[in-house]
Design a binder for this molecule. Structure first.
Ligand SMILES: NC(=O)NC(NC(N)=O)C(=O)[O-]
Length: 347
């Protein structure tokens, strides 16, 4: 690596939105059910893109919105209005550090109040199963305004798998973001060859030289990148140095195979890359500077020592769609993950 050696730890950032959105569709989040979705579909709540709006686009049900929008409630026989709710399965279970409720573009039809509850249930519960769960209020009933992104920090030292968004009494919400730390189920990792760099296994990018076009965490997302924006892309470097990102692995382990994927990066793939293990002040080369082809999934066998952090250097700049580091957790890591999961699951 050349150039700046500063490595700010993104994961220690006080702004909770620096943590991944555990509910986003591209990490597997799903809106399982909602009280109503007459005007606009509940699934829009978890769209990964910024809410869009095209004024004067009317479908058979009214103005089109890129969000979840319910019908206008009318008092029932008892005079009560009731409220609307949407039930969300997080794509990845985790510790929730904050929630964003974004009423983008909903100006005359936003809900005046909303709240969020969360619960943890093992296995694959149905909406009926979840009705019997022990729900904890993580965002109390709070006032909302129209066309605004509302950030609510959350303090809860417990793992959650599902959230329920309530709006009072009705209206439209463009997006729900649930930011936090992934707490993987150790039963899905121990004794197996796993991707130690996968976000879904608890890995994170803790620092990078440049994230101008897209976040380096994107390299750790599941599946193949859908397009160039779905990976990590830096700005064009003009200083002769090179770009880099540091990945904190799911837990310390040994790496047996690295996949460096430049899919969709056709005119902006790096010319080469290198992988280095970082352990405190010690740097151990894992793969030397190696040429890369554009738009290609490259795989390299390697034999690594026990590793907790890996630096990916790219020369000189460009984009990486995905980085996979397949290997095994150490016995000590397996124990740490099991104990952390047990403690956070118990609440
Ligand atoms: N012009 C509107 O947006 N009206 C309504 N909503 C939609 N989607 O048409 C409403 O009543 O909230």
């Amino acid at each position: 690596m050349t150039g700046s050696t500063a490595r700010p730890d993104f994961t220690a950032h006080p702004d909770f939105t620096a943590h991944p959105d555990l509910a986003v569709r591209t990490l597997g989040g799903s809106v399982l059910a909602a009280s109503d979705e007459s005007f606009a579909e509940k699934e829009n709540l978890l769209n990964p893109w910024a809410p869009a709006f095209d004024a004067g686009t009317f479908g058979p049900k009214g103005q089109k919105y890129d969000g979840w929008e319910t019908a206008r409630r009318r008092p029932g026989p008892d005079g009560a209005l009731g409220h609307d709710w949407a039930l969300v399965r997080l794509g990845l279970p985790g510790l929730i550090h904050g929630v964003v409720i974004d009423t983008a573009w909903f100006r005359g039809n936003y809900p005046p109040h909303a709240s969020v509850e969360a619960c943890a249930m093992d296995g694959y519960p149905s909406p009926a199963d979840l009705a019997t769960a022990a729900w904890t209020e993580i965002v109390p009933r709070s006032a909302l305004t129209g066309d605004t992104s509302h950030a609510f920090p959350v303090q809860a030292d417990r793992l959650f798998t599902h959230v329920r968004l309530n709006m009072f009494p009705d209206g439209g919400i463009a997006r729900l973001r649930v930011h936090g730390e992934v707490i993987p189920d150790p039963g899905h990792l121990t004794g197996l060859t796993v991707d130690l760099a996968a976000l879904e296994n608890g890995a994170r990018v803790t620092g990078c030289s440049n994230g101008f076009y897209s976040s380096p965490d994107n390299m750790l997302f599941p599946g193949l990148a859908r397009n160039q924006a779905d990976g990590w892309e830096t700005a064009r470097r003009r200083d002769g140095a090179n770009d880099w990102a540091v990945i904190r692995l799911a837990a310390p382990g040994t790496i047996a195979l690295a996949e460096v994927d430049t899919t969709h990066l056709k005119f902006n793939a790096p010319a080469a890359f290198a992988l280095t293990a970082l352990d405190g002040g010690t740097e151990t080369p894992l793969l030397p500077r190696t040429p890369l082809q554009p738009d290609t999934r490259h795989r390299f066998r390697l034999a690594s020592p026990e590793v907790s952090h890996v630096r990916l250097d790219i020369y000189p700049d460009g984009g990486i769609a995905r980085l996979r580091l397949l290997g095994a957790l150490t016995p000590a890591s397996e124990q740490v993950l099991k104990e952390r999961h047990r403690a956070l699951r118990a609440g």
